[in-house]
Each structure stands twice: as structure tokens, then as C-alpha cells.
Design a protein around this ligand. Structure first.
Ligand SMILES: [Zn+2]
Length: 93
């Protein structure tokens, strides 16, 4: 398992969590009227799920796969933007 494939799995999980959070807010809104705590709960859930994002770093230089420069993006880099290492290739060690 490469760091890239693990990061892709995380990106898919984030997509699913985003959808679940959206449906959660819509459902609570319809059942109980508009409440800001449903929205707050969804945000907290997304932050918790996304906390794993910082674990996906380049094994060579340590740069996070989800960052392009200073910007965080929802999909990981296949090639490290800092050292150019191909992250979808199987590790030698
Ligand atoms: Zn790197």
C-alpha cells in the first residue's frame, strides 16, 4: 500500500463524509426547523474526519500530499510537489 493510495482512500472517505454531513443538516432542518447546532455538528464531524489528512506525507521530504503550495486541495498529489517523488510507486523498503 503506497501513501498515495491511502491518501486517495482518505479523499473518498472525505467525499462520503461531506455528503453524509450535508444530508444530516438537511434532515435535521426538515424535522426540527432550522437549527445552527446541526450545522455545527456537521462541521465538527468533518474536521474530525479530516484530521487524518495531516498523516499523508511524502516519505522522502515530508510534504503533505493534500497541499499545493500553501493551498489545501481535496485530492492528493500523485507526484510530490516539493521533491518530485512518485508517490503511487511501491516503496523500495
Ligand atoms: Zn517529497
Amino acid at each position: 500500500m503506497t501513501v498515495y493510495s491511502l491518501a486517495v482512500r482518505h479523499a473518498r472517505l472525505m467525499g462520503a463524509a461531506m455528503l453524509a454531513a450535508f444530508l444530516f443538516v438537511i434532515t435535521i432542518d426538515r424535522m426540527f426547523g432550522h437549527t445552527s447546532w446541526a450545522f455545527a455538528g456537521a462541521i465538527i464531524m468533518l474536521v474530525l474526519v479530516n484530521a487524518r489528512m495531516r498523516l499523508f506525507n511524502c516519505p522522502n521530504c515530508g510534504k503533505n500530499l493534500f497541499f499545493r503550495g500553501i493551498f489545501a486541495v481535496p485530492w492528493p498529489n500523485r507526484t510530490c510537489t516539493k521533491c518530485g517523488m512518485e508517490l503511487d510507486k511501491k516503496d523500495a523498503g
